[in-house]
Design a protein. Structure first.
Length: 256
């Protein structure tokens, strides 16, 4: 029975390490889905050849997290296999069945715990506080900072030829009145323009095939992404401005 308890401990520790790794990656700015996938890939050594993985390892902090996950993962998998063999070695049929039942029940409980959002939320807060206090790092919950749970998002908008924004400057577009900010522009490079425009100025002209990184209300960003040039586009712009005014009024009431 002792090897079985040891196996449970190893599995539980492995799941906790994966969740801690995911929370650390998320606190560096990755989305929760990508952070979870990359943490699992690094720990188990599978599927870690995607383009997302390449962008992850470009960051020194994320690279350290991934490297640590890989090392712990290799140790954990090897230890688990050895303990699993010891668990079912030289047992009578009755004891073997009992151990299989206990193993299944234990795995179900651990799976439920691993999928618990409450457990992950508490673990992420503890991890962030520990890292910030002991290692002089600055990790933060970007979803909380950006107000994702309050209806705000960061989105990438591909500008088509018939887009309402084409040929206009940011000053002319007045997207801030809709509750949307353009954080950066990725552009097909030419002789005069660079590939990436960080913090674009008011006189920056939006061109076809630009990719805008925008921050704002989810509804406003989605509307902007599909808006076409012409009278209908101008009408949608005015509608979003009115909705932003209503949203600001609600915010003032909540703060009062």
């Amino acid at each position: 029975m002792l090897p079985l308890l040891g196996l449970f401990f190893i599995i539980l520790t492995s799941l906790t390490v994966v969740r801690i790794g995911a929370s650390l990656l998320e606190l560096t700015g990755l989305s929760s889905e990508i952070a979870s996938f990359q943490a699992i890939s690094a720990f188990f050594g599978i599927g870690y050849t995607t383009s997302e993985a390449e962008s992850v390892v470009n960051s020194p902090v994320r690279r350290k997290i991934i490297t640590t996950m890989m090392i712990i993962g290799n140790v954990g998998i090897t230890t688990s296999m050895a303990t699993l063999i010891l668990t079912f070695l030289d047992n009578s049929q009755k004891i073997l069945i009992e151990k299989i039942v206990l193993l299944v029940i234990g795995l179900i409980i651990m799976f439920i715990l691993a999928r618990s959002k409450a457990f992950y939320s508490v673990l992420k807060k503890i991890t962030a506080n520990f890292m910030n206090k002991n290692y002089q790092t600055f990790l933060c919950d970007y979803e909380e900072i950006l107000g994702v749970s309050k209806g705000f998002i960061i989105s990438k908008i591909y500008v088509k030829n018939k887009s309402w924004m084409v040929g206009k400057s940011l000053q002319e577009l007045k997207l801030d009145k809709e509750g949307t900010l353009v954080l950066s522009i990725s552009r097909v490079p030419t002789e005069d323009d660079s590939l990436f425009i960080g913090v674009p100025k008011a006189d920056t002209i939006i061109e076809p095939e630009d990719i805008l990184t925008c921050y704002g209300r989810a509804e406003a960003c989605h509307c902007l992404a599909t808006r076409l040039k012409g009278i209908n586009g101008d009408r949608e712009h005015k509608i979003q401005i009115e909705k932003e005014k209503e949203f600001e009024k609600l915010q003032k009431l909540e703060m009062a």
